[in-house]
Design a protein around this ligand. Structure first.
Ligand SMILES: Nc1ncnc2c1ncn2[C@@H]1O[C@H](COP(=O)(O)OP(=O)(O)OP(=O)(O)O)[C@@H](O)[C@H]1O
Length: 261
């Protein structure tokens, strides 16, 4: 569970985030949406402890984030940043194994049951359909495969809280859905708490329990997709005139059709 209270972030003389209050329940997927530069990544940096707020607090699983030790935080929370840096020269399997570092002692031995840990790496490779390329080095696989490997590394970390910054960038529509389905299955199996930044509002509407729509460093609206994905709201925040329709096969996932004038 994540609780953010009165979060503010200022860079120099610019207020980037202003008085953000939100909570994410255990097992909930919260999507963060909003135009470029509205403060989504900054919010994720504060929620994950990568940056300190100018004011306000963040609690993860009932404990203030600033009081976590680094290793303890890495055992609780995994973050997939916007541009996950590829580990050049390492194989796909080696990169996924790196997700286990927080659980290893200084000799590189697993501090949990070894059989179970081995199977986490193997399960991850299986779930993300990476078996056929496990021994290939990262520079010799496609951009979409690289994105799945980056997710694999955080999956192997076996966190209770997961934060993803635009995990579907660079993916074709088939792989976007494959990626989101993998996250959803994993999230449901382990009752993970997930915060995910998404630019694609249709994907956000389909995969998130609630959405927080940000504008100029503030929360514009927070609620279920049907409460947030509304023509007048999207029009005012994104300065465009979209058409919002019900998904023909789902009841709770409004979809956006663009209609440039
Ligand atoms: N370290 C920093 N120093 C100064 N300004 C920053 C810093 N990091 C971000 N900003 C500014 O804060 C604002 C919000 O940035 P942020 O990356 O959080 O936006 P975003 O909503 O994630 O954008 P995008 O959708 O383009 O990724 C931007 O105007 C950015 O230039």
């Amino acid at each position: 569970m994540i609780v953010a209270k009165e979060l503010c972030k200022r860079y120099g003389s610019r207020d980037i985030l202003m008085n953000i209050n939100l909570s994410v329940q255990r097992g909930e997927v919260l999507g963060v949406i909003g135009p470029n530069g509205c403060g989504k990544s900054t919010l994720m940096k504060l929620l994950s402890g990568a940056e300190k707020p100018t004011k306000g607090t963040v609690e993860i699983n009932g404990k203030f984030i600033k009081s976590y030790k680094q290793r303890e935080l890495a055992q609780t929370l995994a973050v997939l940043p916007q541009e996950a840096i590829p580990e050049i020269g390492f194989t796909v399997r080696e990169i996924i194994e790196m997700g286990r570092y927080p659980f290893q002692n200084w000799l590189g031995e697993e501090t949990k049951n070894t059989f179970q840990e081995e199977s986490i790496v193997d399960q991850t490779i299986e779930i993300l359909a990476l078996k056929h390329i496990v021994n290939q080095t990262i520079e010799n696989i496609s951009g979409g495969e690289r994105q799945r490997v980056a997710l694999g590394k955080v999956m192997a970390q076996d966190p209770t809280v997961l934060m993803l910054d635009e995990p579907t960038t660079y993916l074709d529509i088939g792989h976007q859905l494959q990626m989101m389905e993998a996250v959803k299955r994993w999230q449901q199996d382990k009752e993970l708490t997930v915060v995910v930044i998404l630019h694609d509002l249709n994907i956000a509407s389909m995969y998130c329990d609630r959405l927080v729509l940000m504008q100029d460093g503030k929360i514009q609206t927070i609620g279920e997709p049907a409460e947030v994905i509304k023509e007048e709201t999207i029009a005012s925040v994104y300065d465009t005139e979209p058409i919002v329709i019900d998904h023909p096969r789902r009841t709770v996932s409004p979809q956006i059709i663009l209609d440039p004038q």
